[in-house]
Design a protein around this ligand. Sequence first.
Ligand SMILES: Nc1ncnc2c1ncn2[C@@H]1O[C@H](COP(=O)(O)OP(=O)(O)OP(=O)(O)O)[C@@H](O)[C@H]1O
Ligand SMILES: [Zn+2]
Length: 721
Amino acid sequence: MNRARLLVFNSALPVLDYRVPEGMAIEYGSVVVAPLGPRQVLGVVWEAERLPGTEVPDAKLRPLLEVMPVPPLPAPLRRLIEWTADYYCAPLAAVARMALGSSAALRGGGTMTEYRLTGLEPKRLTPQRAAAMDALDGEQATIRELAERASVSEGVLRGMVGAGLLEPVIVDLDRPYPRARADFAQPELSEDQTAAADRFVAAVTKGGFAPFLLDGVTGSGKTECYFEAVAEALRLGQQVLVLLPEIALTENFLRRFEARFGVPPVLWHSSLKSTERRRAWRAIVRGEAQVVVGARSALFMPYARLGLIVVDEAHEVSFKQDDGVRYNARDVAVMRAKFEKAPVILASATPALESMQLAEAGVYEKIDLPARFGGATMPDIQIVDLRSEQPERGHWLAPRLVKELKARLERGEQSLLFLNRRGYAPLTLCRNCGHRFQCPNCTAWLVEHRLSRRLACHHCGFETPPPETCPECHTADCLVACGPGVERIADEVREILPEARIALVTSDTLNSPAKINEFVEAAENGMIDVIVGTQLVTKGYHFPELTLVGVVDADLGLEGGDLRAGERTYQQIAQVAGRAGRGEKPGEVLIQTRHPEAAVIEALASGDRDSFYAAEAEARRDAMAPPFGRWAAIIISSEDEAEAREAARTIGGSRPDLPDVLVLGPAAAPLSLLRGRYRYRLLINARRSAELQDVIRTWLDPLRFSHGVRVAVDIDPYSFV
Ligand SMILES: Nc1ncnc2c1ncn2[C@@H]1O[C@H](COP(=O)(O)OP(=O)(O)OP(=O)(O)O)[C@@H](O)[C@H]1O
Ligand SMILES: [Zn+2]
């Protein structure tokens, strides 16, 4: 190659051409440094014919400066980047950037310096140093990361290095990971599990694209089945990617993985510290990381030889990314497997309707595990009609649920109460004037958090201490909490079961791997009687002594009323119900609702998943909703309300007039103010025959907006706020 076309990692820049200087060896996928005016830019050498740009004559080309000392991004990944950008109407550069993960890792291996406490304990310390000593116990990271963790300046920490309180530790970035062993502890599989595992193993051995939907009831032992496929990939020297919906679940997964394969897998997620990021990325790109487990960002890593992808809890909505590049990791995982020519397993007890449809159509091979592992039975599900079985005034648990909680405590069994609402109360108002506390940056009420003594916005993170007087009428001590959050439910349990040991499980309380481990261990060892939690505790966990699940408010998820609300509610409640009775003792589930006649509640009570899915599918077909028709959203936002409205009107005014495309809106978004930006939305409903992305590009590309306006396209949206 004597000229190279670059995809640069900056969406504001066009495709750029360069001359390859004598003696510089590049390939497609090489990551290179190039001059741009007085600056330097980082880019990937791309196939010119796949990346249209203006041809520059040879004589005008400037030479590339440097090739990064890392293997080129492999062709299947380059195709995935193109596909993702095209399908989700996202800039190529923004997608490609996700493959870099750690741009620092491009600079090569070598070492980095981290710091940790020396153990020296001087008698006198400044308050800042004392606070840092407390916060950094057991930590090791770069000065910048430690400063963030301890909430002190880097200067304070450097001073502590000088005083001998912190010491440097040299970290080798290319230190190898311990090798996983395919046959470390092979379990004996049940007959159903063996049949499933055999299919997966055969697909890995054979190679080639093969999408599976592993549809197994809660507690059926899906993990053990796909672990056999992982073992086969290990034997063949291939890499495996396991995607989990949230970081909170990885701790549990790590322990099970280690028990099966002898060592933990390689972790990848957004809150890794910089040395771990660089080490993991380098091991991934060189093919040395055998099994990578991570949240959705692990999907775009440059695996050298990917032989299997697993998406666990594949129905989870958190696989959908709703900022930056708006993609669905579940769907992109299937595409990645296609480009890599590898099998992909979507595992779930409550598959997404879209996945079920694809299985029915024969696109995915469906593998069923209809029964729980080890003879455990499915829990008994009962409905509590809150209209006739009312909780006491100011309380949220109906008498029947209270009675069952007491019975569990007496028998030494565990209970789980589920309410998908963090904090103490979702709304706070003034008893005197009715003033409601609202976020200054968002169309949202502030949620009271009593544990941290804060009113907080769950959309933008705004926080303020609860005021002593009402800002409106200045009455003192006038705040009333309206409605329950998990903190309030925990209080109620404390009141009715004073001797019970209660664990509150939310992202506020379980915010570090250590705390998650502590909780899981306590629950497994019978140190907890009642778990009160948000969706964080609905899936993945296996506590054999847990025999009662109470769903505090089954109607909560139905409130928003978008077309996926029924499916989402079904999945969430079926998952949390699935935590009951996984051991030897049978489980019982009480679902509190004011709408026992709602289709989703009836389906949960009767356990008739198939007819619920069938009815949902019919409703979607009638509404031309996915997977029968297609949706896309256009979200317009600006800090200036008039500017946002104007841009929305411009987009609405130039809407395409096509028979197979229906455009709704623009209208102010339900969350009309978010993080200080005013928002408008359009919803596009298209027949499958429509070239939806092309229609949107043709429509939006010629339009120009004021500087502060952002226009985002959301293909296959999950969020309608
Ligand atoms: N073949 C086996 N031998 C021994 N233990 C097993 C086997 N299969 C499953 N188990 C155990 O049974 C329990 C349930 O399995 P697992 O958690 O994989 O179920 P699951 O299908 O993932 O359920 P969920 O979807 O509810 O998370 C786990 O404790 C697991 O270790
Ligand atoms: Zn806010």
